[in-house]
Design a protein around this ligand. Structure first.
Ligand code: GLN
Length: 276
């Protein structure tokens, strides 16, 4: 960043530079500039545009230009109106997944506890409990992800309402002693092994949270039969799915005896299945 440049000048230059790699160059530039200034984006836009550009912005822009997601650079991501800490050990919560929360809130399953399988940042579990109360368990095979979920639980004030455990649903006995649940949430890995992902996702997000065999169905094949035991009578499971997986995952659910309802995301794509 050349000397004498204002924040306003630097933002224009940064947005032009990030235009080569980001679909949202101006927004990214503003978020990274606010981070370098140590203020919120709105404070920056209202009060700081005429100041000198901060030295720290160059490193942040280099990272974004190399496809690192803004959420990893900032260390947090907004989901359903709350900020969640994210690290490269966790998938970044996506607005698509708000459809899972909406479906679960509408399913209204009474007093049973909630289980979130593959909790990552804890975004699904903690949002649901913050919105409707209750208690829950979050599991993830990544101990590092569970540590992030615990930080998020503390930040939202839900540490006493959740148990967060390192566990792997492909291991027999993973749920020993956990009991049954009124609601199970799961955003499993569901990307096809040979899918061509955006470099922002492919090169930075944890592969173990994304890929699930040739058709992306490997984890559903393991999880869905287990739901029969995990759910209390009358319980509900809400599973996130890929936009083309409705028929295949619905068929797996029916094989295990569930009735299935589809929920679409804000873009109108199939995004969640409700199993009863
Ligand atoms: N929706 C994510 C993506 O396409 C995948 C999330 C997942 O596999 N659970 O990047």
């Amino acid at each position: 960043m050349s000397d004498g440049q204002t924040v306003a000048d630097a933002l224009r230059a940064a947005a032009t530079r990030l235009g080569a790699t980001s679909p949202t160059p101006r927004l990214d530039a503003e978020l990274l500039m606010a981070q370098a200034l140590g203020v919120s984006r709105s404070q920056m836009l209202l009060q700081r545009m005429g100041e000198g550009a901060p030295a720290g912005i160059d490193d942040l822009l280099d990272r974004r230009a190399a496809h690192e997601p803004v959420a990893y650079i900032l260390g947090h991501q907004e989901f359903y109106g709350r900020e969640f800490r994210v690290t490269r050990d966790t998938l970044i919560p996506r607005s698509d997944s708000e459809a899972v929360v909406e479906a679960a809130l509408e399913a209204g399953t009474g007093p049973g506890r909630v289980l979130d399988m593959g909790t990552g940042t804890g975004a699904l579990l903690l949002t649901l409990l913050a919105e409707r109360g209750g208690e829950g368990v979050g599991i993830d095979r990544s101990a590092a992800a569970i540590a992030v979920a615990a930080e998020n639980a503390a930040a939202i004030g839900l540490s006493q309402q959740v148990r967060l455990l390192t566990a792997d649903w492909t291991m027999p006995g993973w749920n020993e002693g956990l009991g049954q649940f009124g609601l199970v949430l799961c955003n499993p890995p569901y990307v096809e092994a040979d899918a061509e992902l955006d470099p922002d996702v492919r090169d930075f997000e944890p592969a173990s949270a994304l890929f699930a065999g040739p058709a992306g169905l490997d984890d559903y094949r393991v999880i869905i039969p287990q739901l029969v035991q995990l759910l209390l009578p009358g319980g509900v499971a809400v599973l996130e799915i890929g936009a083309t997986q409705d028929a295949a995952v619905s068929a797996l659910a029916r094989e295990s005896g569930f009735a299935v309802t589809l929920r679409r995301d804000l873009a109108g794509r199939p995004r969640a299945l409700v199993l009863r």
